[in-house]
Design a protein around this ligand. Structure first.
Ligand code: Z3R
Length: 304
């Protein structure tokens, strides 16, 4: 069996993923272009930990969904220091949603509403599929939503690995993990969070597709919370029973909720309604991905 080194020719690094480096690479035997993700294993014992193997097999199963980036192969290798590395071979997608939004911001154009609707439907579908298999993403953001610009297909990446590898505080490189898409219950230190954390991220991505600006651009955990409170109002026991019992809770300035259309002015009424159901403070009140797909906002989408 060829080691990953011989089997693939690395072309260029495409993303400092949260879990290791990702390269555009060519499979020598077939000429196929793939995304090669090298994941260092922080294990002390020999070989690949069973948890990782379990997670990789979950990832392999989940990537059958058209809205999850397809895992084509897994190869074990050794890096220069002789450490065990795992090479995950994914289908190649030519861009990510972060670059897609930036390209519109730079030209000053708006992303067409029907494009936003199609991307949001695909995202909800991919999230619903993963949630249906009991897998949370935990770190959904434009950077790890991949796109094919020709087909306008959107696929979730970096999925489920959050379960195998504890989410690093800093990104793999010394970049800061962004907090902009983090749900309030996570920021307030809830220990058992639910699939609703991914719906919060989906909502932030939805608003960002419309305005091309981050909805809550906090640069610290406290600032992230204050951004959220200034728009949605400071949460209390009425709107979110149990909020004041969460670990990181303390007295915050009291803000009243603003109407969402102040933050996302060009979104139509149906879009605003869906967004508001995704941004409910109480996690159990937040709309599920499956229910979101049935929202009237998607009625005029050609869902063939
Ligand atoms: N950042 S980018 O140039 O748009 C770009 C990123 C990618 C990635 N493909 C994969 C596949 C799997 C996991 C992470 C990534 S990141 C392919 S192109």
């Amino acid at each position: 069996v060829l080691s990953a080194k011989e089997a693939f020719e690395k072309l260029e690094k495409v993303g400092e993923g949260t879990y290791g480096k990702v390269y555009r690479a060519r499979e020598k035997a077939t000429g196929k272009i793939v995304a090669l993700k090298k994941t260092r294993l922080h294990e002390d014992e020999e070989g690949v930990p069973p948890t990782t193997l379990r997670e990789v097999s979950i990832l392999r199963m989940l990537s059958r969904d058209p809205h999850v980036v397809r895992l084509m192969d897994v190869k074990q290798g050794q890096n220069k220091e002789g450490k065990t590395v795992l090479y995950l071979v994914f289908e190649y997608m030519d861009t990510d949603l972060k670059k897609f939004i930036r390209s519109f911001r730079q030209t000053g154009d708006f992303i067409p509403p029907q494009t936003i609707k199609s991307l949001m439907y695909q995202l909800c579908k991919g999230v619903a599929f993963c949630h249906g298999h009991g897998i949370l993403h935990r770190d959904l953001k434009p950077h790890n939503l991949l796109m094919d610009r020709k087909t306008m297909m959107l696929k979730i990446a970096d999925l489920g690995l959050a379960r195998a590898f504890t989410v690093p505080i800093k990104k793999y490189t010394h970049e800061i993990l962004t907090l902009w898409y983090r749900a309030p219950e996570v920021l307030l230190g809830a220990t058992h969070y639910s699939m609703a954390v991914d719906i919060w991220s989906v909502a932030c991505i939805f608003a960002e597709l419309v305005t091309k600006q981050a909805l809550f651009p906090g640069d610290s955990e406290l600032q992230q919370l204050l951004h959220i409170f200034r728009l949605l109002g400071t949460p209390n026991e009425e709107v979110w029973p149990g909020v004041s019992k969460l670990m990181n809770w303390h007295e915050y300035p009291q803000w009243n909720p603003q109407s969402l259309s102040t933050a996302v002015p060009s979104l139509d009424e149906l879009g605003i309604d869906l967004l508001s159901q995704m941004l409910k403070y109480e996690p159990s009140k937040r709309i599920s991905a499956k229910k979101a797909m049935e929202h009237p906002y998607f009625d005029d989408l050609d869902k063939r």
